[in-house]
Design a protein around this ligand. Structure first.
Ligand SMILES: NC(=O)c1ccc[n+]([C@@H]2O[C@H](COP(=O)([O-])OP(=O)(O)OC[C@H]3O[C@@H](n4cnc5c(N)ncnc54)[C@H](OP(=O)(O)O)[C@@H]3O)[C@@H](O)[C@H]2O)c1
Length: 306
């Protein structure tokens, strides 16, 4: 039987043919109109805020650059809105090191839920890379360590099981970003006991909804959605068009919020991590983390011009 990390009653319900004016005002205990909604991590029940921050490209800047100067504001905007998840990888150049530096200077460093990855072959190289991530992130505890793009996943999951027992990492997961790899992601999800899976899912890239998202729910695995804007392409296609009138009915004031609401409308999704290097974009994105979240019927009746 499939069980969902968020109670199904946590979604805005619309009957077929419902008029927008009949949307049911709606709150879960974990949801308020202004603070970010949280969803439970199935493995522990720990509450995770639904919007995080990705760091690919956006956090890979030299510390003396103008771009770097923008980054403290990004994390602050995330934390002020009630968010906590910051996702990185040794693949992202200077991002891990910058996150470590920024958190050391941040006003609310304790809020961060640190997720990073291992992206190399071999046990010794994996251990060395993960040790380097602790140093770069300037922490002795990483909340979530993920095997990036399934690279040598058997080797790294074996190491990480031991590290989890030693409480060096709190959760273990795998990631990928392409539908072509979903069959392999599915096989690992079935074979291994994982806490998290991070995958691609967006308004125009729904392959994960066919098998992976229901399977994650069935297996009690938290889902982090990467590339909710298709790497930014969806926003570029939408930005010159007017927002539909119904956006306001679900509390959205931007295309970014509509795209994030769509992702979060799937009951198996625990969190999404839009990448940004701009505080105003982080604040915009975080606003999508307050309810309500429409159900699938709503999205069948209301489409985006993509
Ligand atoms: N295999 C993997 O493990 C994997 C693969 C891909 C991604 N990821 C993770 O997932 C994260 C998200 O994916 P992504 O960064 O590739 O793509 P994305 O989140 O779909 O899109 C990021 C792009 O959207 C722009 N953006 C963000 N918020 C915006 C807003 N409110 N208004 C206008 N533009 C906005 C960003 O530009 P600005 O900087 O100007 O805001 C950036 O160009 C990554 O950063 C990474 O942490 C993991």
């Amino acid at each position: 039987m499939i069980h969902f990390p968020l109670r199904r009653s946590g979604f805005l319900r619309l009957g077929a043919g419902s008029a927008l004016g009949t949307l049911i005002p709606f709150k879960t205990p974990a949801q308020t109109s202004s603070r970010m909604t949280t969803r439970p991590i199935p493995a522990t029940g720990e509450a995770l805020p639904v919007i995080g921050c990705g760091s690919w490209i956006g956090f890979d800047h030299a510390p003396d650059s103008g771009e770097f100067q923008r980054l403290p504001g990004v994390l602050d905007a995330l934390f002020v809105a009630g968010g906590s998840v910051v996702d990185s990888s040794p693949m992202y150049g200077r991002a891990e090191e910058n996150i470590g530096r920024l958190l050391a200077a941040a006003k609310r460093p304790g809020r961060a839920f640190l997720a990073t990855k291992v992206w190399t072959h071999g046990r010794a190289a994996g251990i060395a890379q993960m040790e380097q991530s602790f140093t770069r992130l300037a922490t002795d505890r990483i909340d979530l360590m993920q095997v990036h793009n399934l690279v040598d996943w058997r080797t790294h999951l074996a190491t990480l099981r031991g590290w989890k027992e030693q409480k060096r990492v709190r959760y273990v997961g795998i990631t990928h970003y392409a539908a072509s790899a979903h069959a392999e992601v599915e096989a690992v999800l079935r074979a291994e006991k994982l806490d998290f899976v991070q995958i691609n899912y967006s308004y125009d890239d729904r392959a994960a909804a066919q098998r992976l998202l229901p399977l994650a729910a069935e297996r009690g695995v938290a889902v982090i959605v990467n590339m909710p804007f298709g790497g930014g392409g969806l926003l570029r296609r939408l930005r010159d068009q007017p927002l539909p009138g119904w956006a306001a009915e679900i509390g959205c004031t931007s295309w970014a919020q509509l795209l994030l609401k769509f992702v979060l409308s799937h009951p198996a999704v625990t969190c999404t991590i839009p990448g940004t290097s701009r505080a105003e974009h982080m604040a915009d994105n975080a606003a999508a983390g307050a309810g309500p979240f429409p159900d699938a019927a709503f999205w069948r009746q209301h489409s985006l011009p993509l």
